[in-house]
Design a protein around this ligand. Sequence first.
Ligand SMILES: [Zn+2]
Length: 168
Amino acid sequence: MGHHPTGERDAVETAQNVETRHSAPPVLPKAGYSGYVASLLADAIAAQAQAYTPYSHYPVGAALLTRDGQIYTGCNIENAAYPLTICAERVAVFRAVADGQRDFVALAVVTVNGGSPCGSCRQVLREFNAGDLPVFIGTPAGQYRQTTLAELLPDSFGPENLPGTVHS
Ligand SMILES: [Zn+2]
């Protein structure tokens, strides 16, 4: 399902208000609803700028919106011992969970070419969301497409598949 930006000024201004760290905000797509998509993408773009990617040179930024309106960002962080690298999406999720947040309502991910979240991140997100999580996958230029966690990770395995497990 494609969604192409219109670059309308009100969406840009909304993003600028939210993301003051980004000195030159790119033109963002018009948010279809309340403007939160543009804001979330702007935060993901700002997070992408913090990525530590000396090996892949593939910076990724993520912004995760909680039900109470908090936004947790993440960037990918690589390591000379390659397998220790962690993705932007998991950094965002882990920051949120460590801050007491588990109820997520939207995720924005920004890569240079609109790449999708990896399988590991999809499963980590699935731990805290049954699948209806909207995921906006964009580029620094402001183009994005919308999908859901369930579309990214169909027929998934989650906490409810472990009978008798108590989640609190
Ligand atoms: Zn990942």
